[in-house]
Write a protein that binds this ligand. Structure first.
Ligand SMILES: [Zn+2]
Length: 350
């Protein structure tokens, strides 16, 4: 394939990644700052939050995981840009996951800034939901996928997850595909990129030549694409479609929410498509060779970077839900796969 190569632009970030330390706060353009926020007890280690200064408006993209140390880092970064936290006027999360939207509720209380999500993004849980019903449905689904009873407590949502998800910020604003983030002096265009989450968005800053890619496109890891029930019917098909949408902006610098900045969107998109196609092909080989009877049975025959046996606790859930997304995708491509997966109910809480 004759695509321009991927070139690293976040040199200090890559260096920090290798040395397992937090990258520095960086000024990417006169009015654009990169502020790493710690993501405690997680191999990703940090979320790259971005501060954009407009004409009296100051917008933060992906404030990161909610913690005391996180808000300290964020406040220090904002100070380096010459502002204080109370100067923030808007917060945009690329998606609802806790390492992106997590700190938004606390920041909104502290600053009065509005919080925005893409208009197709869902909050996994909202205030009115009954934890017993939600947790029971989750257990039923995992059981249907073949997760053995003794591993269910690791993979299933528990009350702590439930409360955590329920307490994430409800958005004040919903951003539609192609619209501009409503902030004076900023030119930030919304591109709807579902896949990693049902309503993930990327933000394109044409004047500065930057794409804020959230978790849609990362330089090193392939974003997790999970079947969630309830949730979109075919998240992997959504992801492929979203990669097509963003794949043309090759001269732009990509500012992801994790790892480090780079150029070479087309090639990275090609790699991500290839990676997922390979994974689907591996699922087909497992089906042929082992005649598995469940999603769990497929998953345990797939290759995992640190081995199937190393997958524990929530990573077990991620592995099984990723496998389920391939099963649903392959079925949509005409492969007859006889393992039980509930049709996802799309009616998720908005
Ligand atoms: Zn993330």
């Amino acid at each position: 394939m004759n695509l321009p190569p991927i070139t690293l632009t976040g040199h200090a970030q890559k260096e920090a990644w290798r040395n397992r330390v937090l990258p520095p706060v960086e000024r990417l353009a006169t009015e654009v700052w990169s502020i790493p926020v710690p993501f405690p007890d997680n191999p990703m280690r940090y979320t790259l939050s971005y501060l954009l200064l407009g004409d009296g408006d100051a917008v933060l993209i992906d404030p990161g995981w909610d913690s005391d140390v996180g808000i300290e880092h964020l406040a220090a970064g904002v100070r380096q840009a010459g502002l204080g936290l109370p100067d923030l006027t808007g917060i945009v999360a690329t998606h609802y996951h806790s390492d992106h939207l997590g700190m938004a509720a606390r920041l909104r209380t502290a600053t009065g800034a509005w919080v925005a999500l893409g208009d197709r993004e869902v909050r996994r849980l909202t205030a009115g939901e009954d934890p017993d019903v939600v947790l029971n449905n989750d257990l039923e689904e995992l059981t249907l996928w073949g997760v053995p009873a003794d591993r269910l407590p690791e993979a299933a949502l528990d009350h702590a997850h439930f409360t955590h998800l329920q307490n994430l910020a409800d958005p004040d604003l919903r951003l539609t595909d192609g619209s501009l983030v409503p902030a004076k002096g900023l030119d930030l265009r919304v591109v709807m990129t579902p896949g990693h989450s049902p309503g993930h968005i990327c933000l394109v800053d044409e004047p500065h030549g930057l794409i804020f890619s959230g978790d849609h496109v990362l330089p090193r890891i392939s974003p997790h694409i999970a079947l969630e029930v309830p949730g979109p019917e075919n998240p992997l098909a959504d992801y492929y479609h979203s990669l097509d949408l963003i794949g043309f902006e090759d001269e732009m610098e990509i500012c992801p929410a994790h790892e480090y900045r780079f150029r070479g969107m087309q090639r990275r998109v090609a790699q991500l498509i290839h990676h997922n196609r390979e994974r689907s092909a591996e699922v087909l080989r497992v089906l042929e060779a082992h005649r598995p009877e469940s999603v769990w049975d497929i998953a345990r025959h797939l290759t995992w970077s640190r081995g199937w046996e190393s997958l524990q606790a929530f990573s077990l859930r991620l592995a099984v839900s990723e496998t389920a997304s391939h099963v649903v995708y392959l079925r949509s491509q005409g492969h007859a796969i006889d393992v039980p997966v509930t049709e996802p109910r799309t009616a998720m809480s908005q």
